[in-house]
Design a protein around this ligand. Structure first.
Ligand code: IMP
Ligand code: MG
Length: 184
């Protein structure tokens, strides 16, 4: 696996996750938070992040699949503009009146987070913010931004630290570039 080109080392990631945790702690002082991780990619980021948030907090997970182009190193140019994202695992409890932080591995076209944001806003939370470890703004198809971004990265397909290609590489401790990416 170490033959894949390194983009972000485990040390860089760890330091940035501490920063984001501290920032969330400051921004939400005196409040309780509910972190919602998007399966499966965000599981590792969420588990590291919540340990750096010094507030009353709970967490849960939500699962989606997308019917469009499955993300991969050969990213096709045409996306289904209707955004075929489907819920496969819902949250356990209502988020009504809660301060919610939606935690995602990467903000790419924006289809997934747009879908999830709309879904979670339906719960009428007190607040809803997004924390994305990575942001690939060049690939954005829908206008959506995260409130907390770990790293803005170029248009490359990346794996590791939760991010997969066909379910593989999630366990790599660093974030690496999978070669073969076409311009999206
Ligand atoms: P979006 O809906 O296009 O914003 O894509 C979000 C989802 O696509 C993420 O949750 C990832 O699962 C996947 N994804 C997008 N880019 C990458 C990448 O570079 N590596 C691995 N997964 C990616
Ligand atoms: Mg994925």
């Amino acid at each position: 696996m170490n033959e894949l080109k390194l983009l972000l080392s485990r040390e860089q990631i760890a330091a940035r996750v501490v920063d984001i945790g501290k920032q969330i702690t400051r921004d939400s002082a005196g409040e309780s938070l509910v972190f919602i991780g998007v399966l499966k990619g965000a599981a590792i980021f969420l588990s590291d992040l919540v340990r750096h948030v010094d507030l009353d907090a709970t967490f849960d997970f939500i699962g989606v699949t997308s019917y469009g182009n499955p993300p991969g190193p050969k990213q096709e140019k045409v996306w289904n503009s209707t955004g075929e994202v489907r819920l496969v695992k819902d949250v356990e409890h209502s988020l009504r009146g809660q301060n919610v932080i939606l935690v995602e591995d990467i903000l790419d076209t924006g289809l997934t987070l747009t879908f999830l944001k709309r879904l979670l806003l339906g719960h009428e939370p007190k607040s809803l913010r997004i924390a994305a470890l990575l942001d690939k703004p060049e690939r954005r198809r829908l206008k959506i931004e995260a409130d907390y971004v770990g790293f803005t990265i170029p248009n490359e397909f990346v794996v590791g630290y939760g991010l997969d290609y066909a379910e593989r590489y999630r366990n790599l401790p660093d974030i690496r570039i999978l070669p073969g990416a076409l311009e999206g």
